[in-house]
Design a protein around this ligand. Structure first.
Ligand SMILES: [Zn+2]
Length: 450
């Protein structure tokens, strides 16, 4: 049997839920406030942790008359989630429903410490998958598409996101994480039109396909690539390189294992990520003072769920450094848009007193067409002074001078980040390729990879 090569163009319906998605900013705020009041009450009444925590802080859900009143409530963070889960197994006392109401759990990858489980009721799960469908729709996915989900299914919150594409009506291929040659065969055999993976892996998979002699634009039918899990998807230079390689459009998504697989994603205009504002309230705070920063400024993302009943999250500090805008988007949607994750606070390097994120270096490196785009930050301490080196690779076929190339990259990095770094140019394929999340920093000051 031969499958037809390309589906017919999608329908003209622009929104998944037009009334919700195009409401005024005032309506978004009013909706958030009414959800917040009842959500905080549910947390207080259902969760022993929140009752204790609110009582200790001298706050009560009935005191919340505006969204700003939330600022009097205490923060939670990953450590609290983990500690409470250990103290009250298996899900911790932040849970606000009895276990019989829980139908699904995801768990964080657990690369460090104890994996924390994120419980969902049937209603929470339906809300989440409906949001995934809405977000996919805004990125142009349609029932005519063949969507290949190439994320890990093992406890990982990214796994069930495929059900959003299924709910939307697309044909879904639950591929999971399989070896690259097998995945390429799947994409080719079924002529998939969309795929979801990490940005590093999208790049790696594209390069592997080319090496194996596949013509990405003719042998495969990929039109849309959804990416998440790394800052790269928000960096225009990185998206442009992946788009050029595949001849497809790249959409960045952002999710958190403790809340939803996707909390935000790009529409067709790609000017930031539309936020799931009816499900999750956003604060952007100065990480040191805990005070809000002005709209558009960079700060730490702090989240409060508005509906999730199994485990409400009240003022969860994500550690992610982001910025937001409420300016109208050309697509007509009015939700807040996140301008990417500039990095995690944990990933931020301080070199000679200057803050620098690997994503800043990535933007500089990926502008240059004489480089492959792979890079590694090597941080060392020599004579008590921090020293940053950037390892990059020249491209196959490059015939210029390596010294000139290095000097050019050094100048660009200095202009972009304010930090002077030594640039080491390596031969193509010298740096390790990522099959999931890329390691971009080799911090030799502490002797560990971060
Ligand atoms: Zn938009």
């Amino acid at each position: 049997m031969t499958l037809s090569l390309r589906p017919e163009p999608g329908t003209a319906r622009p929104f998944w839920d037009a009334e919700l998605e195009t409401q005024s900013r005032e309506q978004w705020r009013a909706l958030a406030l009414s959800s917040l009041q009842s959500h905080l009450r549910r947390a207080y009444e259902g969760s022993p942790f929140y009752r204790r925590s609110f009582d200790t802080a001298g706050v009560h859900p009935d005191q919340v008359k505006s969204l700003e009143d939330l600022r009097r409530f205490p923060f939670i963070d990953k450590k609290i989630l983990r500690d409470r889960q250990i103290a009250v197994p298996p899900f911790g006392d932040l849970c606000a429903v009895p276990e019989r109401d829980i139908v699904y759990i995801s768990a964080s990858s657990g690369s460090t410490g104890v994996p924390t489980a994120s419980p969902f009721t049937a209603g929470d799960f339906d809300d989440w998958i409906d949001y995934e469908a809405r977000q996919f729709w805004s990125s142009g996915l349609r029932p005519e598409d063949r969507y290949c989900h190439s994320l890990n299914f093992s406890l990982f919150i990214g796994g069930p996101c495929v059900l959003g594409a299924q709910k939307l009506g697309a044909l879904t291929i639950h591929a999971g994480t399989v070896p690259s040659d097998r995945l390429l065969n799947i994409l080719k055999q079924f002529q998939a039109t969309a795929i979801w993976t990490t940005p590093s892996y999208a790049w790696h998979l594209g390069e592997t396909a080319v090496k194996e002699g596949l013509d990405l634009k003719n042998d495969l039918a990929i039109e849309r690539i959804f990416v998440a899990g790394e800052p790269g998807g928000s960096i225009p230079e990185t998206r442009a390189r992946i788009e050029e390689l595949w001849g497809a459009s790249v959409y960045d998504y952002y999710g958190l294992s403790d809340i939803f697989g996707s909390c935000a994603g790009m529409c067709e205009h790609k000017d930031g990520l539309h936020w799931a504002e009816d499900h999750i309230h956003v604060e952007v705070l100065d990480p040191a003072s805990g005070e809000p920063v002005a709209l558009g400024e960079r700060g730490e993302l702090v989240l409060t769920t508005l509906k999730k009943s199994a485990r409400p999250m009240v003022r969860f500090r994500t550690g992610d450094i982001v910025s937001f805008t409420d300016a109208p988007c050309a697509c007509g949607r009015t939700s807040l848009r996140m301008h990417g994750v500039h990095g995690r606070q944990d990933d931020m390097l301080i070199i000679k007193g200057v803050n620098i994120f690997p994503s800043d270096v990535e933007a500089a490196v990926r502008q240059d067409r004489d480089l492959t785009g792979e890079y590694l930050l090597v941080v060392d301490r020599v004579d008590h002074l921090d020293r940053l080196a950037i390892e990059v690779e020249y491209r196959h076929g490059f015939n210029g001078t390596l010294d000139e190339l290095a000097a050019r990259i050094e100048r660009r990095l200095k202009a972009l980040t304010g930090v002077g770094a030594q640039v080491r140019i390596l031969a193509p394929d010298s740096l390790p390729r990522a099959t999931h999340k890329a390691k971009r920093v080799d911090d030799r000051r502490s002797g560990v990879w971060s």
